[in-house]
Design a protein around this ligand. Sequence first.
Ligand code: FE2
Ligand code: FE2
Length: 272
Amino acid sequence: MQVMQNAAAIGVGAEDDILGKAKANTWDGLSRMAFAANWDPESAIDWNRSIELGSIKEGWINILHYFYEGEWQGLEIIQRLMNQAAHMYKINEMVTYYSTQCADEAKHLFVFKKYLHKLNSPPSKQKAFDPLVWISTSGPVKVERWILATYFTETLAGAIFQRTLELETIDPIGKEMIKLQLKDESRHIAGTKLGVTTVLDHCGPVKTFFLKLWWKVFTRLAVMEVRRLKPYGDQVGMDPENILQRAYKKMAELPDFKNIYLQDSFSKVFLG
Ligand SMILES: [Fe+2]
Ligand SMILES: [Fe+2]
């Protein structure tokens, strides 16, 4: 019943705070929410309308290309690591949940691609070998690094989508496409919170020490990437610093994570 209430809650008042509404705190609960909230990318959006973007067109298209690439990498990394994570932690339900996240990310790729095609700017062909995916899925503590990294990337996506819905310049198809994705991302953030909690519960001091070092390097590179979007952000009215602040505030909602990973001066700049 609770699950159904949560699923229903996600369907209404979407702009207010979709990110706050995915409350399920079990893997199976989140999987059921995903089943209940399933949407068809072909029919959930009326694709027959034209897209008018005016002066924001170039900036918006560039942000979407960045997203398309990120969704693809995210999907590939989940597929490579979800079974390893479930085996490592002996939690079978993780596979069920992450398979719903795979389906979601595949839908996100579908709508981004369709939208970009309508704008005559199709996404570039995916590389057969992606060094970032390779680094993310190889080497020591890859499962832990993946789960922590997705806490950053999922909260970041949520913050960018939230900001997009506030912008008057984005066309109705774009808004609908982002609203549907934000509902999914809110669940992904809830799932990642479960994942991060699992990681924290299983990490001793030595592993935590190395993961903290890695986190420092990873977040600096990731923040640099987000800041590189500033010229496009300026065109559409999206300030990377504000996006980063929102993402960090969201990550800080897990007190144990905050106490271990967000205590350095770099993180505190965004937490205010
Ligand atoms: Fe996504
Ligand atoms: Fe996601």
